[in-house]
Write a protein that binds this ligand. Structure first.
Ligand code: FA5
Length: 370
């Protein structure tokens, strides 16, 4: 520190030889030394050194002055040395506290400056995700059918053979089971119920009618599973949307009108529909719905195999046998049902030639539909 020890020695001799005025001068010099040292303090470390050098109990300058100036001072000067020592002690303590506050404040300022965020810098642009094109397609279906007064129903993907087949009029030996090659779950030891991954969304027809009295108007979007070999139009997991309307006065006309409206809303006003006889165990009569080819407007092209028509989905009037499974009165009720492949609809609408692209999660593909 700026006050050397021999300074203390020299001034003791001065005190012995001097007068009270001389004592005052010595303390004024001492104070000037302290003030100069205190003014140079600008860090927490320097402040600690100043405090220890001046106020330290054993080797601090003020302790040394008490021992070397006050105690040995001649009696006629003791009062003056004592008073001056008290004064400088009070001054040193006050200034050291003041410097502590100043040093802390400037450290805070430095920390704040270091942490300061420049709000004018451009932000980090994070890519925003979008809904998958299949989800967007299902949203389109939901929008169209909700506007017709339908509601959205859901059911389990793990089903029993009863809901997936029997209650839909497909008994165990029925050949229709072969067309839906099924994933059966391993039967746990001692389990009595067989479970499977649903092969279509039609079981939700049965589950809904079991819970709800007519009128029923629902659509059922969801995942279904079949042991089909994957290729450009087949996947072992794909999506269907089921439709079901049951009431006392539903006619085949209403069925056709609803389907035609839906196709036009989805593909555009120019698209025509046609119904071909078909077969499903749970509808009678059954119909396959075709749309005029959206790629060639029905003129004939490679995609529609030059027929002008594209096969879209299966449908029909609900078979009265199904009402028997849900305790509906088949004599009073009638209705229609349909089930379509969402993935194939999206392929047609957006000109996608491989169903596998939906499931590979390649952002270059997905980004086209954001
Ligand atoms: C059914 O699944 C019936 N439940 C539909 C139905 C419901 C008819 C209500 C009558 C009344 P189908 O097996 O044809 O029908 O399948 C429906 C649609 O699912 C097909 O038109 C096709 O678009 C799609 N599909 C079938 N198998 C696959 C597959 N492996 N990958 C992708 N889509 C498929």
């Amino acid at each position: 520190m700026p006050v050397p020890l021999d300074y203390t020695r020299r001034t003791l001799d001065d005190i012995r030889a001097g007068s009270p005025e001389h004592v005052e001068t010595l303390f004024t010099d001492l104070r000037a030394d302290f003030d100069a040292a205190a003014a140079a303090v600008d860090t927490a470390g320097a402040w600690k050194s100043l405090r220890d050098a001046w106020l330290g109990r054993k080797s601090g300058i003020l302790s040394a002055i008490t021992d070397n100036w006050l105690k040995p001072a001649p009696p006629e000067l003791k009062r003056a040395v004592g008073a001056a020592l008290n004064q400088i002690k009070a001054h040193v303590e006050a200034v050291i506290e003041e410097r502590r506050l100043a040093v802390e404040a400037s450290a805070d300022q430095l920390a704040l400056a270091a942490e300061r965020t420049d709000l004018s810098l451009p932000g980090v642009a994070r890519p925003i995700g979008t809904r998958h094109i299949l989800r967007q397609t299902m949203d389109d279906f939901e929008r169209i059918f909700l506007s017709l007064g339908y509601s959205v129903a859901q059911g389990p993907e793990i089903e029993t053979p009863y809901y997936n087949f029997e209650a839909l009029n497909i008994p165990e030996t029925h050949p229709a089971r072969d067309t839906m090659d099924t994933f059966y779950l391993d039967l746990p030891p001692g389990a009595l119920t067989q479970y499977l991954l649903r092969t279509h969304t039609s079981p939700v027809q049965v589950r809904t009618m079991e819970k709800q009295q007519p009128p029923v108007r629902i659509i059922v979007p969801g995942k279904v599973y079949r042991r089909d070999n994957p290729d450009s139009t087949h996947s072992y997991m794909f999506h269907q949307v089921e439709g079901l309307a049951v009431d006392t006065d539903i006619t085949f006309c209403e069925f056709k009108g609803t389907i035609e409206y839906f196709i036009r809303e989805f593909f555009g006003p120019k698209v025509k529909t046609r119904f071909r006889p078909s077969y499903f165990p749970f509808t009678e009569p059954s119909a396959e719905v075709d749309a005029s080819c959206i790629f060639c407007d029905g003129a004939g092209c490679r995609i529609c195999k030059y027929s002008g028509w594209i096969e879209l989905f299966g449908s029909g009037m609900v078979d009265p046998a199904v009402y028997g499974f849900v305790n509906y009165d088949a004599k009073k009720l009638c209705g229609f049902a349909f089930g379509l492949g969402v993935d194939r609809f999206a392929m047609l609408k957006y000109g996608i030639d491989d169903i596998q692209l939906f499931f590979q999660n390649d952002v270059r593909f997905l980004r086209q539909f954001s």
